[in-house]
Design a protein around this ligand. Structure first.
Ligand code: AKG
Length: 268
């Protein structure tokens, strides 16, 4: 029985890179034998539980970027093992520099054959929480060669915090592209990733991903972590209402998070 309960070595350079650039890669975070057991249910439910399964050509830019499925850990014990992995959560806590992290939510992000690019955006736009205390783990479940496309990050953009962008769309692409050009921030990616490698990105880092011109699906599983002591934002902004309701149960502004929806994943 796989439990992913051990600690993964993390060097200071990786932590330093995350803090300075807003993203880092952690190679070999899950092993091939672990993924052989845990990835199949994610790959299956990531498509059958996707919220928008209309044909690609009927979807907007956001919808074309990926099949998106939420909180799959509730549907399958093996996916729960993956999402609740102390090994992954401990890395998230160390990168954030906090004692303890909770689950915000998980999501499958499957870029389909012929799927479109993921426009530039900041995740924090959607989150009714302090995004500077949040991090996403993004783990491909198959090897991801350059032509399928991993993410590109505007290094250091997380330090600018809220750039007052907009939801993921053609508009966010244009807005951030010109903002990044004006600021001259370096654009970095981590090259090809193997199944079980993971990138971690900060809640305010501006990021994007190219489209998938191949005939292969790009199944990626993500887990979003939040500092366990973080409180609900004082103001729930337009664009955050859905997340506020669905992921934290509409808790009042300024409230601490609860264990039922947002369980502590580290320490166990
Ligand atoms: O998977 C992608 O294409 C983009 C993922 C992303 O934007 C995220 O995880 O915040």
């Amino acid at each position: 029985m796989i439990d992913l309960g051990d600690r993964h070595p993390l060097d200071e350079a990786t932590v330093g890179s995350f803090r300075a650039r807003g993203h880092a890669v952690v190679r070999g975070l899950a092993s091939p034998s672990e993924l052989a057991e845990l990835a199949p249910p994610i790959v299956e439910l990531g498509t059958t539980h996707a919220w928008d399964t209309r044909p690609l050509e009927e979807r907007d830019t956001y919808g074309k970027a990926f099949l998106q499925s939420f909180n799959l850990h509730r549907a399958d014990e093996r996916i729960r093992t993956f999402v609740f992995a102390p090994r992954f959560a401990e890395v998230a806590a160390r990168l954030l520099g906090v004692q303890s992290v909770r689950l915000y939510h998980d999501q499958g992000l499957f870029k389909e054959p012929g799927g479109g690019p993921t426009p530039w955006h900041q995740d924090g736009f959607y989150w009714p929480l302090p995004a500077e205390r949040m991090v996403t783990m993004w783990m491909p479940l198959v090897d991801v060669p350059p032509e399928i496309g991993t993410m590109t990050f505007a290094s250091g953009s997380h330090l600018l915090t809220d750039l007052r962008g907009t939801r993921i769309s053609d508009e966010s692409q244009e807005l951030f592209a010109s903002e990044l050009r004006a600021r001259g921030l370096p654009l970095d990616s981590h090259g090809p990733l193997a199944a079980g490698d993971a990138t971690f990105h900060a809640g305010w880092v501006v990021h994007s991903a190219p489209g998938n011109p191949t005939d292969r699906m790009r199944p990626v599983m993500t887990v979003i972590y939040v500092d366990a002591d973080a409180r609900v934002a004082d103001v729930i902004r337009p664009g955050q209402e859905l997340d506020h309701e669905v992921w934290i149960g509409g808790l009042a502004p300024g409230s601490p998070l609860g264990d039922r929806r947002n369980p502590v994943l580290w320490p166990v």
